[in-house]
Design a protein around this ligand. Structure first.
Ligand code: SAM
Length: 282
């Protein structure tokens, strides 16, 4: 049972399944991006910050660490997610990092249970594109930010995970799965500066800036790519395959990926879009 309605319940179920593998080394682009986001945010002493769709807490930890490092001290992070299992992992990570300025709550990103103008800043790393109505969610996020409050988001660039994502889609069809192509992945809804800028402007944000950073790295084995597939949203695309088809998919897909390891490594392409904006009226 879950407190959230459809289709959020399906998303929560998928991420509950993914939570245990989310902190695997192959997925280190998440903490890399979180660290860059925290650096760009530059949280100030005493600020109240909301991290939406926190997952296993990568941004909450990165921002919490920066806040706790302020000589003046103070400031808190509220981190919310729709997946209870993700929040369990986030709690463990926050404890492991000895942070005492992070609170975690289950909550739908589209319906925040906070009063108006409460937070100084709101972060969301790789979360907005999962929400059915992104513009409505952004208006809700604006509501809980004070005038002059800052918003910082990330998404993937359109060429993220290529060519591997394309090979994934091709193999999926060969194995009887649904016809998908890389343009269908959720992040493509927010993959360009133009789309992000227009969306944030329509939700009433100003001073919108977008920058792309390459946060990719060389994978050391085909299995590392499988870690990415099996522990991220890619896995959701495999849900319709039965056990035999899934096994065939994994074997044949990794054969192709393995063939590309001619020189012993394979580049994982992770262009990340950092989008910042603020609420009018400081
Ligand atoms: C790709 S993960 C990113 C996690 C984290 N921000 C990071 O960068 O590592 C997306 C997260 O969004 C959460 N999510 C998806 N839809 C949500 C919703 N409607 N409300 C709150 N969280 C949501 C998922 O549960 C998942 O933890």
């Amino acid at each position: 049972m879950t407190a959230f309605g459809e289709p959020q319940a399906q998303v929560a179920h998928l991420f509950d399944q993914l939570a245990d593998g989310y902190d695997r080394a192959a997925l280190r682009f998440f903490p890399f991006a979180a660290d860059r986001l925290a650096q760009r945010l530059a949280p100030r002493p005493g600020e109240k910050i909301l991290d939406v769709a926190t997952g296993t807490g990568a941004v909450a930890v990165a921002v919490g660490q920066r806040l706790s490092g302020n000589r003046e001290g103070g400031g808190r992070i509220m981190a919310v997610d729709i997946s209870e299992r993700m929040l369990d992992r986030a709690y463990a990570n926050v404890r492991r990092m000895a942070l005492h300025n992070v609170d975690l709550h289950p909550m739908d990103a589209a319906a925040l249970e906070f009063r108006d103008s409460y937070f100084d800043a709101l972060t969301c790393s790789f979360g907005l594109f999962f929400l059915p109505d992104m513009a409505a969610a952004l208006r809700e996020w604006r509501r809980v930010l004070r005038p002059g409050g800052r918003l910082l988001l990330t998404s993937f660039g359109s060429e993220a995970f290529q060519p591997l994502a394309g090979w994934f889609c091709e193999q999926l069809q060969v194995c009887g799965g649904p016809a998908v192509n890389p343009a269908d992945f959720a992040w493509q809804r927010l993959a360009t500066a133009e789309v992000c800028t227009a969306l944030l402007a329509s939700a009433g944000f100003e001073q919108i800036e977008c920058a792309t950073e390459q946060l990719g790295y060389h994978l050391q084995a085909p299995q590392e790519w499988w870690d990415v597939v099996w522990n991220t949203g890619f896995r959701g695309r495999l849900a319709t395959l039965d056990a035999a088809a899934l096994e065939r998919f994994q074997q044949q897909h990794l054969e192709r990926v393995g063939a590309a390891f001619a020189d012993g490594t394979l580049w994982l392409n992770v262009p990340v879009l950092f989008v910042s904006a603020s609420v009018p009226g400081a």
